[in-house]
Each structure stands twice: as structure tokens, then as C-alpha cells.
Design a protein around this ligand. Structure first.
Ligand code: SF4
Length: 677
């Protein structure tokens, strides 16, 4: 018997609808959903091959414990007893939990609750720390909210699209489709990127090809031109913002020629971009890791939001700077409180008595920790006991050799995942988890669009849903009452009680609503909220706070020993650390191995040809990787996709952090290159 079942793509956070064709409990094919509002019958290469990874031969199917330095299969009971015995020895701040933007909201909720209630610490984080913590740190003080303020569907209403540090075609292909539609309707596109990415080449009317890490300089230059030429939106500034005098004074103190010298973009191009953006009726702004992953990521985002405020590009459908969380549930896992300073619903830990009291009562716990926990990378270095769920820091965190040392030194390292990842190989206990349509739950996609994933398949072997696994340990640790859930639906009902923006969303509504519901949704009758800030911002006074931002250079710039800038990023055919996409035959057929991009002049200087194996070395380590010679990258700059374990980009990257948010500076470090012997 063949059934067509609806679900949502498991890769990026666009949240495209697909049909799975299932026969006798096995997926035999798939089709894009024509009637789904996000993709309207389209899928990108990953979405077109969404299910293949489920059937990879090395799916984890049985729990394992390390004995005599080997991981050996064991029963669930044996694994749980071992974990419980060890965790009972852990002091509160000796434990850390890393969760994933691939967890469902229900999984994420019980994982953070376990950390806070059972382990007595706020040491819970997820990969959002590594890709969008600077969004919250930059947008919070400026407009009061770090999430996408619009619907992705409204991008096509824009008459100007400004893309900052985002290669939209390869990272969010279905949002790119909307940008193309806007272009077809006459919109102009401005791309700020040091690389001539496929997006810069194919979409942009103006490409501001800046020197790496000088985003603040470019944005200050754009704002200076706008104010100097009287292009600002005076009415919006007067009615809805504060801080224009300080901003004007700061920009007056900057010399445009100096800015141009630092960022490497001509005055002509800056003026052209400034005019297009300032005169747009609907200016959409999308940004991503190219802006975020610097020691000044939060500063860059503050400046970008300030640019949007002085031009009045906020509060209407399609307007305003939108952070673009990459993981399928990157938004939802943060919504659920998998961050060291936030309870569920971004209710602040420690500083406000009310959330603390509310959660202590709800969770029936006397000593709910009130001090912020450790951020992601510090947690890896400073805890003794770690539980890592669905994420792969042995590929994803800068300075991998150091990460490995820290993980190997743990008293207990539990890794819960669907494959034997690079991180799982170091674990003391490996727990096999259900994937995607093997469990039920909800995700919140890039524009706060909440959609439901139904359980359509059985898990392989003894693999279990993440929420179920955590509950078994909580019960053995003596917390059965606080974790008395028998299904994701029951967990979601608790979420609805404590996370106000989810209050009006129910499983039933999601099952009936094609394309989901955008939070905040305060009542069961409410349709959801597409556009933020229509009347006021989420700041305490309701106004947009214009920010004065000074340029700080990247922490590690080229010198005579390491003369090139390395930047990392993605390709359309692979996804993050490659755990799923590299187990997908059709995607591997497209790009099967690691490569890096080098400018033809640098290649000639170093005797590198297309396909030459090259050793890239930074102050932290070396990798060997094949060269692709292309003028998509400027001289003095090399680009390395980060999906490939055989040439792990994060062996090279710099672990230095943005002090505002703990974001590592993935996008700039200094390397040298030599033809491999
Ligand atoms: Fe999946 Fe994103 Fe591609 Fe849509 S754009 S098919 S959600 S990977």
C-alpha cells in the first residue's frame, strides 16, 4: 500500500513542504508540495533528496558504553544506570548540555528543563550561539527583538533587497526564489560580501565587495552618505527613534576617504547603494553568518539596524533587517530556552525575579539556578560532565584540536545522535536517537513560522526520540513528577502555558493550517503575527535606539608568516557538518570532497593549479585540501566550505569571541598555503 504523507524538509529553516511516498513503512520517493505557501512546488537539491540519509548504513541503532577504550553495545537500562550513577557525582556547574537546532521544540524544552531542574545549572546551549547570538546582541538594544520581523513570503514585495554576509542562493534557496521574483518586479539588489558569491554574481545590481571584517565601516559609510545628502527618513526618525544627534555627530567625525580606504569599496558604489536603499519604499534586509561571525558581529548588526531605522525601513511587510537562522529549528530551540541566559520564551535568567519565580513554581523546584550558565565554547572547556544531543562540536567549533582535548578529558561524555559523528566517536556513552519523521513535534522556522512534523516511520533498531531518552534519566535521577510526560503533545501543552507567544498554537491548529502559524499567537483565535514593529519597537520605551558603532578590526589579520585571510562558509549541496547531506548519495554525486577557493593570481604565485592538493595552515593547525582556482575570491583571501571532516575548516579557525555574545570569529583568520608534498 502506497501513501503520500505531508511533511516539512529537514534541512534549512525556510521550512518547505514535501510529500513522502511511503510503501510498507519505507520511503520510496518524494515530491515537493505544490500548495505549500513557502515553496509552491519548488525544492532545492537538499530538499529534493531529503529522506536518503535516513537509510544510511551507519545509523545508530543501539546504545553503547565505552569499555576498555571501545564503544560496545548495551541495553537501554545499562546505559541509563551508568549515566545516572555518574551524573549523581556531578556538582551543579560541572555539568553542561549542548542541544541542537535540529531538535523539536518538545525535545529542546525537556533538555533545558533537565539541565535546570535536575542538574541545577543554566549550562545549556545550542548551536544558535555559534551562528546567531550576535543577532540578539545587536538587535536587542536597537529594536528589542532578535528574530525575523517579517514573513519570508513578503520578501517579494521589496523594491530593494540588501543582503549582508549572506549567499542567499546557496543557503536559503527558496528565499532566493522570492528575491528573484522581487527583481522581476523591478527591485534592486545590493550585496555586501567579500566574495563574488553566486548570489552576488547573479542577483546584485551593486556588489560592495568589502575587505573581510569591515562591515561596520561599510555600513557607517552608507549612513554617513545618507545623512550628508539628506536622504534619511526624517519623519520616521522623529516619530520612532532616539539617538539621531549622537549618531550624526559620530558620522560627522568620520572621513569618507578613510572609510573607503579601510573597507576597499569605492565611493561611487557606496553612494549608489546608499541612494537605492534610502529611496526604497520597501527595503528588505537579510543577513547571516558573514556579518554575524566576527568579534564585532553584534556591532555590525547594531549598525545595520540603525541604517534601517534612519531610512524608515521597519514596521511594514517585507521591511527591516532579518536574521536568517540556518538550522531547521534554529528559531524554536532558542524559543525553548536552550541558552545559558534565557528560560523558555526568552525570559531572562537571574535578572528578573518574575520569570525565576514562575519557572521555579511551575517546575516544582526549590533551588532553580539563578545565575547565567556558561556559553557554548566555554562550556566545552570548563565542564566535567557533558551531554551533547544532535550536534557535532568536533566539526563545528573553532580550534578543533583544543575541543578534542577538552572532550576527551570529561568524567562523562554522553552523545545522543542519529549517526556516529566525529563527536560521538569520543563519547563514553552513545545513545541512538530517532530522526525527523520518526518522531512527532514542532519546529519554528526562519520567520517564526511554527509547523508540525508528524511521525510517519518507525525508528531503526532501538533508536528512541530525544524527549523519551531524557525522561528516563530524569526519572532515575528522582524527578519523575517534573517529567511526567507521555507524549510530545503533553510537553507542548506545558510549553503553551509558559511561553506566551506560543499560547494560541495547538497541534490541532497546526495540523489544519498549511504553512503553519507565525508566533506570537496569543489566543487560539489569533491568526499569528506576520510583521513586527508596526506601531512600536520591543524596547522598553517602544522606540528604535540608533546606535553609534566604531570599527574594530578582526582579531587575527594576515602577516608575513600567515599572509592570507581564510573565510569559511557553505555550498548548496551540503549542510553544516555534513552529518546528513554527506550520507545522501545524490548530494555527494554533486560535491563529494573538500575544496577551497583561491584567486588565480595567488594560485600562480604559489604554483597552485585547479585540483592541486594544498596544505592550509593557521596558528592552530593544518589541513590538506584540493584547490579550486576562481576569481570569485579576491587576492589575499581564500574560502573554505566547512562541511568536510577530511579537511575540517575548524582546525584552522580562530576561537576568539565577540565579547557581547560569545560568538567565535569564524569568518577571518590568517593562514599560509603550500603545495602538499
Ligand atoms: Fe529544504 Fe531549505 Fe531547500 Fe526548502 S530551501 S527544500 S527547506 S533545504
Amino acid at each position: 500500500m502506497v501513501a503520500y504523507e505531508k511533511t516539512i524538509c529537514p534541512y534549512c529553516s525556510c521550512g518547505c513542504g514535501i510529500y513522502l511516498v511511503i510503501e510498507d513503512g519505507k520511503i520510496i520517493g518524494q515530491e515537493p508540495q505544490i500548495d505549500h505557501p513557502v515553496n509552491e512546488g519548488g525544492n532545492c537539491p537538499k530538499g529534493h533528496n531529503a529522506y536518503q540519509f535516513l537509510y544510511a548504513e551507519d545509523r545508530l541503532k543501539t546504545p553503547m558504553i565505552r569499555k576498555s577504550n571501545e564503544l560496545v553495545e548495551c541495553s537501554w537500562d545499562e546505559a541509563f544506570d551508568y549515566i545516572t550513577e555518574k551524573l549523581k557525582e556531578a556538582g551543579p556547574n560541572e555539568f553542561g548540555m549542548l542541544t541542537s537546532g535540529k531538535n523539536t521544540n518538545e525535545d529542546a524544552y525537556v533538555l533545558q528543563k533537565f539541565t535546570r531542574v535536575v542538574m541545577g545549572t543554566n549550562n545549556v546551549e545550542y548551536c544558535g550561539r555559534l551562528c546567531h547570538s550576535s543577532s540578539a546582541a545587536g538587535l536587542g538594544p536597537t529594536v528589542g527583538s532578535g528574530v525575523m520581523p517579517i514573513s519570508q513570503l513578503d520578501l517579494e514585495k521589496a523594491d530593494c533587497i540588501l543582503l549582508v554576509g549572506i549567499n542567499l542562493k546557496e543557503t536559503f534557496p527558496l528565499m532566493y526564489m522570492r528575491a528573484l521574483r522581487a527583481k522581476a518586479n523591478g527591485a534592486k539588489a545590493i550585496v555586501i560580501d567579500p566574495r563574488k558569491s553566486v548570489t552576488a554574481r547573479e542577483l546584485s545590481d551593486v556588489h560592495l565587495q568589502l575587505n573581510s571584517g569591515t562591515d561596520v565601516v561599510v555600513i557607517n559609510a552608507l549612513m554617513k552618505i545618507i545623512l550628508d545628502e539628506g536622504l534619511e527618513n526624517k519623519e520616521f526618525i522623529g516619530a520612532r527613534t532616539v539617538g539621531i544627534e549622537a549618531l550624526r555627530e559620530h558620522l560627522n567625525s568620520l572621513n569618507l576617504d578613510d572609510l573607503v580606504k579601510t573597507c576597499g569599496v569605492s565611493v561611487r558604489k557606496l553612494k549608489k547603494a546608499a541612494k537605492i536603499f534610502a529611496k526604497a519604499k520597501t527595503g528588505s534586509v537579510l543577513f547571516n553568518q558573514g556579518l554575524n561571525q566576527h568579534i564585532t558581529g553584534a556591532d555590525g548588526i547594531k549598525a545595520l539596524a540603525t541604517l534601517a531605522l534612519i531610512t524608515g525601513q521597519y514596521g511594514r511587510p517585507g521591511t527591516g533587517p532579518s536574521p536568517t537562522r540556518g538550522q531547521v529549528n534554529g528559531e524554536g530551540t532558542g524559543d525553548m530556552g536552550c541558552l545559558n541566559v534565557f528560560y523558555p520564551g526568552f525570559q531572562k535568567v537571574g535578572t528578573a525575579a518574575e520569570p525565576h519565580k514562575k519557572f521555579a513554581e511551575l517546575w516544582d523546584v526549590e533551588n532553580l539556578p539563578d545565575q547565567p550558565g556558561l556559553p557554548y565554547t566555554k562550556m566545552i572547556q570548563q565542564t566535567k560532565y557533558m551531554w551533547i544531543v544532535g550536534t557535532n562540536p568536533m566539526m563545528a567549533v573553532p580550534d578543533i584540536d583544543n575541543v578534542k582535548k577538552a572532550l576527551q578529558s570529561k568524567e562523562l561524555l554522553i552523545v545522543q545522535d542519529i549517526f556516529p559523528t566525529e563527536t560521538a566517536k569520543l563519547a563514553d556513552v552513545v545513545l541512538p536517537a530517532s530522526a525527523w519523521v520518526e518522531r512527532e513535534g514542532i519546529h519554528a522556522y526562519v520567520d517564526r513560522r511554527v509547523q508540525k512534523i508528524n511521525k510517519l516511520l518507525d525508528s531503526p533498531g532501538e533508536a528512541k526520540p530525544d524527549w523519551w531518552i531524557v525522561l528516563q534519566v530524569a526519572e532515575r535521577m528522582g524527578y519523575k513528577e517534573q517529567f511526567d510526560f507521555s507524549s510530545p503533545r503533553e510537553i507542548f501543552e506545558e510549553i503553551r502555558r509558559v511561553v506566551p507567544p506560543y499560547k494560541g498554537i495547538t497541534y490541532e491548529r497546526l495540523e489544519e493550517t498549511l504553512g503553519g502559524i507565525q508566533w506570537p499567537c496569543p489566543t487560539e483565535e489569533h491568526p499569528g503575527t506576520s510583521t513586527f514593529f508596526t506601531e512600536k519597537f520591543n524596547t522598553p520605551d517602544g522606540l528604535g535606539h540608533l546606535q553609534v558603532v566604531n570599527y574594530i578590526p578582526p582579531a587575527e589579520l594576515p602577516d608575513k608568516d600567515y599572509p592570507y585571510i581564510l573565510s569559511t562558509g557553505r555550498t548548496i549541496f551540503h549542510y553544516h557538518t555534513g552529518t546528513m547531506s554527506r550520507r545522501t548519495p545524490k548530494l555527494n554525486d554533486e560535491v563529494s570532497s573538500a575544496y577551497f577557493e583561491v584567486n588565480p593570481k595567488d594560485a600562480a604565485r604559489q604554483s597552485i593549479k585547479a585540483g592541486t592538493m594544498v596544505t592550509l595552515t593557521s596558528r592552530r593547525g593544518s589541513i590538506e585540501v584540493k584547490a579550486k582556482v576562481t576569481d570569485d575570491v579576491p587576492e589575499g583571501f581564500v574560502f573554505l566550505p566547512f562541511h568536510f571532516s577530511e579537511a575540517c575548516a575548524n582546525k584552522l579557525t580562530n576561537p576568539v569571541l565577540d565579547p557581547a555574545c560569545g560568538m567565535p570569529e569564524y569568518k577571518v583568520c590568517a593562514v599560509k598555503m603550500e603545495v602538499s608534498k
